[in-house]
Ligand binder design. Structure first.
Ligand SMILES: C[S@@+](CC[C@H](N)C(=O)[O-])C[C@H]1O[C@@H](n2cnc3c(N)ncnc32)[C@H](O)[C@@H]1O
Length: 239
């Protein structure tokens, strides 16, 4: 079994090939880009692209030059299948955003949807800053705490998802500022993390370990149990 960052949850997402695996789902992704100055000459990097739903959408809807990056070989295969199926010229690369082989100042937009939470955040943000053009936009949709929980509850969440920390909005902003980002704006929809999700697509792997069948149920349980406290924010900033 491939355990990325010791997260059974990420393993589940890859084997089930879950798309739009971020708060607000694909509908929120589409909304976010309606307000951006994006066109066919835009170069976009989709960090932790998963099965490539966002990358494919940006290439198809705006004709932009899109690259999807993901650490997980199963996600990479499924993202490549998607691009082949829809004949989209999206480049899909396997690698880690903590240290990636892409060149400096190359992207107008970088998006990470529910990815930073799983990685070494300062390292990833340093790379994202390096990869963005001056004046480029970084957009992140990330799990965010509204209030502190008892330590054992926070441990339950961190352990299940394989996270090193649970951050408040202000903690995320501090990390973005330390990496050099400016004009940091945040927003969230009124709906909770569980509500108004688009229905995800699934692209199942041929063999799926039995223990992964329970992961969706555990994920929904955690989301329900901590609804109101466990939340998300969309962060929009500029280099
Ligand atoms: C919760 S999923 C979100 C996937 C996709 N962004 C979406 O919204 O459907 C997190 C993704 O981040 C990827 N990931 C985890 N650690 C990574 C790293 N260090 N570098 C690049 N991708 C990573 C995982 O493989 C997974 O595809």
């Amino acid at each position: 079994m491939v355990l990325i960052g010791a997260s059974l949850y990420l393993d589940f997402l890859s084997k089930f090939g879950v798309s739009g695996a971020h708060p607000g789902g694909f509908e929120l992704t589409k909304k976010i880009f309606e307000n951006e100055m994006i066109n066919k000459s835009s170069r976009i990097l989709d960090v932790g692209c998963g099965t490539g739903q966002t990358s494919a959408y940006l290439a198809a809807r705006y004709g932009s030059k899109v690259t999807g990056l993901d650490i997980n070989p199963i996600m990479i295969k499924k993202a490549k299948n998607r691009m082949a199926k829809y004949q989209l010229p999206v480049e899909i690369i396997q690698g880690t955003i903590e240290k990636c082989p892409l060149k400096d100042s190359n992207y107008d937009f970088i998006i990470s949807e529910s990815v930073l939470s799983f990685v070494n955040k300062p390292k990833a943000l340093k790379e994202i800053y390096r990869l963005l053009k001056d004046g480029g936009r970084f957009i992140a949709n990330e799990l965010t705490l509204n209030t502190r929980l008892w330590t054992n509850f926070e441990e339950e969440i961190k352990q299940f998802y394989g996270l090193d920390s649970l951050l408040f909005e202000k903690d995320w902003i501090t990390l973005f500022e330390l990496a050099g980002f400016k004009n940091i704006k945040t927003f969230k929809r009124k709906q909770s993390i569980l509500q108004n999700h688009s229905i995800p697509e699934f692209q199942y792997s041929e063999s799926i370990e039995p223990e992964l069948y329970n992961v969706l149920h555990q994920h929904l349980n955690i989301m329900g149990k901590y609804q109101g406290t466990l939340d998300y924010r969309v962060f929009l900033c500029t280099k």
